[in-house]
Design a protein around this ligand. Structure first.
Ligand code: 5AD
Ligand code: SF4
Length: 459
């Protein structure tokens, strides 16, 4: 079989990272090898994100750049996958005729088949999005894990000891700002057995930490039957079942919508021993008026009640959130309420964004757009205060001993991650600490974005 070289660049979320791994695995199974250098590639794949305009612009400018690369190497095939591909479809090829394949979010599993058609028939757009779609089984192979670890740069895929497992795709919530329901389609949950088998296969290859992935994991099992018997089955059931797979040392999940967060799931932070005490719970705004316009279906007091309960069940829980500033109609008083919420919850960290109009969404039709300067000022005020709080929060760890999973050796020593998902730099480590091992570390210093520690109890 003729060996071809491919290069993948991944933009956006963890689901895209997992999808890129799957595409890489498909190609490796068909005689391709991966390169970190797009210039030598026979196939360049851009796995794209369209959540905000900026993400989409990055893709378009990279595609413009690739036009030149293709001139120098006319045999190079260019494939656009992911959310921009799904949304733009044939418009992409009209604007960028050097693109050979536009492949939608449900089609990546069939990448090789589509590439064969491109070779025979020329450029192709495959963006069908079905409601009754089944995510196929994709079991990892040991050499794939190793390969992805060594060469998947400059956008590294998760390390072999830490893997994402997609449990569902799509979203039925239609938050008014969000493009996901249009790019990923209706919510579809994977079959329990497929997920468990994938987790087991990963563990067999040495993976210790599993993150269950979906746009809206709390609704797992709600829209289609996932258990063999057809009996009702919730996300909490799945979480428990995965936690019992032997060898899963750490379990995480993302993302959750507060409206679907059940008491049963919150209790899992107390009852499921390998579930890490870390939770990403996007609130988006601290103003009830804005939450309503966002179609989030919860109020700030409901959100705060849930936070209180979560802390009762798991006092050491580290909370993070997503915030949008400058949503259409957001006034100063609404933004002040977001600042107040930040003071009340004191999130360990947050991802905050300026609202960005996405075509096809309801909010893009709202009239009261907020001026760019106002958005910039609000974002900067929110982020400065969050940085201070993150530092204060991180300082609370100084003097404590945490379990840290070693991730990689940098120039200045080892780097690892706590169960609360904090990065820890270690200064007195030895070569014996291989990636993936969990060691006790005493935290001695805290910065805004990471901790510093010493290996505790060296034998
Ligand atoms: N503008 C700005 N931020 C957005 N997000 C989603 N859509 C938009 C948008 N149109 C943010 C939300 C979401 C995160 C993944 O991206 O905060 O939780
Ligand atoms: Fe988008 Fe809302 Fe669905 Fe999250 S829950 S993917 S923000 S529509």
């Amino acid at each position: 079989m003729e060996q071809k070289i491919f290069y993948i660049k991944t933009f956006g979320c963890q689901m895209n990272e997992r999808d890129s791994e799957i595409m890489a695995q498909t190609l490796s199974g068909h005689g391709y090898i991966e390169s970190m250098n797009y210039q030598e590639a026979d196939l360049v794949i851009l796995n794209t994100c369209s959540i905000r305009a900026k993400a989409e612009q990055k893709v378009l400018s990279l595609l413009g750049y690739l036009r030149k690369a293709k001139k120098n190497r006319p045999s190079m095939k260019i494939c656009v996958a992911g959310c921009v591909a799904q949304q733009e479809g044939s418009r992409l090829i009209e604007r960028m005729p050097h693109v050979d394949l536009v492949i939608g979010t449900q089609q990546i599993y069939h990448l090789e088949k589509h590439l064969q058609r491109v070779a025979l028939e020329g450029s192709l757009v495959v963006t069908d999005l079905r409601d009754d779609y089944e995510i196929p089984q994709f079991l990892p192979e040991i050499n794939q894990l190793g390969r992805a670890f060594e060469t998947h740069l400059p956008c590294p895929s998760p390390r072999p000891w830490r893997k994402f497992v997609t449990i569902m795709q799509g979203c039925n919530n239609y938050c008014t700002y969000c493009v996901v329901p249009y790019t990923r389609g209706r919510e579809i949950s994977r079959i329990v057995n497929d997920i468990i088998e994938e987790v087991k296969a990963f563990v067999k290859e040495g993976v210790q930490e599993i993150t269950l992935l979906g746009q809206n994991v709390n609704s797992y099992g709600k829209t289609n039957a996932v258990a063999e018997t057809g009996a009702s089955y919730t996300f909490t059931d799945l979480l428990k079942e995965v936690s019992q797979v032997e060898g899963v040392a750490r379990l995480r999940f993302t993302t959750s919508n507060p409206k679907d967060l059940t008491d049963e799931l919150m209790r899992s932070f107390r009852d499921v021993k390998n579930l890490c005490p870390q939770f990403h719970l996007p609130v988006q705004s601290g103003s009830d008026r804005i939450l309503k316009r966002m179609n989030r279906k919860y109020t700030t007091s409901e959100y705060l009640e849930k936070i209180e309960k979560l802390h009762d069940y798991c006092p050491e829980l580290a909370l993070t959130t997503d915030i949008i500033v400058g949503f259409p109609g957001e006034e100063d008083r609404d933004f002040e309420e977001t600042m107040n919420l930040l003071e009340k919850v004191r999130f360990h960290g947050s991802f905050s964004f300026k609202y960005s109009d996405r075509s096809g969404t309801v909010a893009s039709t709202f009239a009261e757009k907020v001026d760019e300067e106002v958005k910039v000022a609000r974002l900067s005020r929110f982020q400065s205060r969050q940085d201070e709080i993150s530092l204060e929060r991180n300082r609370e760890y100084i003097g404590t001993v945490k379990e840290v999973m070693i991730e990689e050796r940098g120039l200045d020593g080892l780097r690892g991650r706590t169960d609360t998902n904090h990065i820890v730099h270690l200064n007195n480590c030895t070569a014996g600490h291989a990636a993936g091992t969990i060691i006790a570390v005493k935290i001695i210093h805290a910065g805004q974005h990471s901790l510093q520690g010493e290996v505790y109890n060296l034998h």
